[in-house]
Write a protein that binds this ligand. Structure first.
Ligand code: AMP
Length: 273
């Protein structure tokens, strides 16, 4: 596995690759969720590139940038064992200069849900993903459905800016007990870890209600809120796949999203029905 930290060097290196390139951008502290993206990319492409970059511009002041888990050596091993061909490992100074051009997230869709509790977060996400896609110029780029709003906005960016990359959504990987894998789960204490299960339980309940024929969004959301009640709830929403509000679940075109805080840890999860 080749490890490169300089964007220009990576561009030069990848210029010689004529077959398909699959790309997985990450912030490190890799887990089985990231590995499933790598696996999918390996199935679909001849060359697989992973980036590990803790992007400072997508963190708001006072957020967890400084304490975000760092596992550089373990991450390199995971990439190498998973068959990654090139690992891009830049520093912030490799990616950003002093007076920067940047992208703005859409004024509505970028400022609801996670964008409402983290205003400006998606400007940072879109800017770094644009930079990374321009450096790697992949055939396909892989993003987790777990970060559904991020996936939606990146797909929108690629479409609206006429970019030549296929965005491939990948299913959420969970622990056996239902907790969606996340690098931030490392922040959870023992009791918080138990509390966190309310998130996946509430989503399982929503899915069970839909299977019983309950499609009314208000009814489903209020049953979910009962389970989530002890936690600080940022939102419980039922949207279509373009992120418009739904009054009734449309099977095959719905996503049910939850964001809560457990202790000081923000947890996101969703289910696609
Ligand atoms: P991150 O390192 O958290 O920025 O995540 C990098 C990529 O992995 C993003 O596209 C995430 O949506 C995806 N990802 C994170 N957690 C999971 C998971 N549990 N299952 C599937 N994909 C995930």
């Amino acid at each position: 596995m080749k490890i490169i930290s300089c964007p220009h060097e990576l561009k030069e290196y990848l210029k010689n690759i004529k077959n398909s390139i699959g790309f997985i951008p990450t912030m490190g502290a890799l887990h089985e969720g990231h590995i499933s993206l790598i696996k999918k990319a390996k199935e679909q492409n001849e060359t697989v590139v992973v980036s590990i970059f803790l992007n400072p511009t997508q963190f708001l002041k006072g957020e967890d940038l400084d304490k975000y888990p760092k596992k550089d050596e373990a991450d390199k091993k995971i990439c190498s064992i998973s068959g990654v061909d090139v690992l891009f490992f830049p520093q912030p100074s490799d990616m950003y200069g002093a007076d920067e051009v940047s992208l703005l997230a859409p004024k509505v869709r970028g400022y609801v849900l996670e964008g409402q509790s983290r205003p400006g977060h998606f400007n940072g996400v879109l800017t770094v993903v644009m930079k990374l896609l321009n450096i790697v110029n992949p055939t396909r780029a892989y993003f987790g459905k777990k970060d559904a709003q991020q996936l939606n906005l990146i797909s929108l960016m690629v479409k609206q800016l006429f970019m030549d990359v296929e965005i491939v959504p990948v299913d959420t990987v969970r622990e056996k007990d239902g907790l969606a894998l996340s690098s931030r789960n490392a922040y959870l204490g023992k009791e918080e870890r138990v509390e966190a299960l309310k998130v996946s339980s509430s989503l399982r309940l929503s899915s069970a209600m839909v299977s019983r024929g309950v499609l009314d969004a208000k009814e489903i959301k209020s049953a979910m809120r009962e389970i989530l009640a002890p936690l600080e709830i940022f939102y419980v929403e039922i949207l279509d796949r373009d992120f418009n509000q739904l009054e009734r679940v449309e099977i095959g075109n719905s996503v049910i999203l939850v964001e809560v805080k457990v202790g000081t840890t923000r947890l996101l999860d969703n289910i696609w029905l």
